[in-house]
Design a protein around this ligand. Sequence first.
Ligand code: AMP
Length: 178
Amino acid sequence: MRHAKVTAQNIAAAIRNVPDFPKPGIQFKDITPVLADGRLFAGTIDLLCANYKPGEVDAVVGIDARGFIFASAVAVRLGAGFVPVRKKGKLPYATHEQSYDLEYGSNTVAIHIDAVKPGERVLLVDDLLATGGTASAAVQLLEKIGAKILEIHFLIELQFLAGRDKLKGYPVKSLVTY
Ligand code: AMP
């Protein structure tokens, strides 16, 4: 028997709210229950891939660390490469770096200078869009190396933080919004 298709509502129902993590006032959206359920995890990847067929994307870019989980699965499904955007100091080869502010603190992200060839078509994937600082830093890195960004896709968007405003000019999609 075929299982019913996973919907965004099914995913939303599995996301766990953890108050005051990692510091007071932050309500952390915990996606580990989504990952732990094989049907939900696969259905999430289906939804993240929905607009693309194999051959239409050269690389899927994931953001350290939870973005890696989703981006790598999307890459395999689309027959595309996977490219990590990592926290500063983690990538071994020559990098470009970009600093940004995040909902809690600040950070610098990096990408290998040859991660994507100029003109290659990429999808950028992360677990959650909050203030947009992280994704916007990743976009700047991708622009620096000449990638063509097709879409920026999140599992979760905290709409009240207006992170999309930092990603103007790019198609932004999210599966679950708060
Ligand atoms: P921002 O740069 O503000 O858009 O923050 C996005 C990044 O921080 C994402 O990579 C998330 O993994 C993480 N993040 C920010 N706020 C939360 C939250 N409330 N729950 C879970 N992750 C969060």
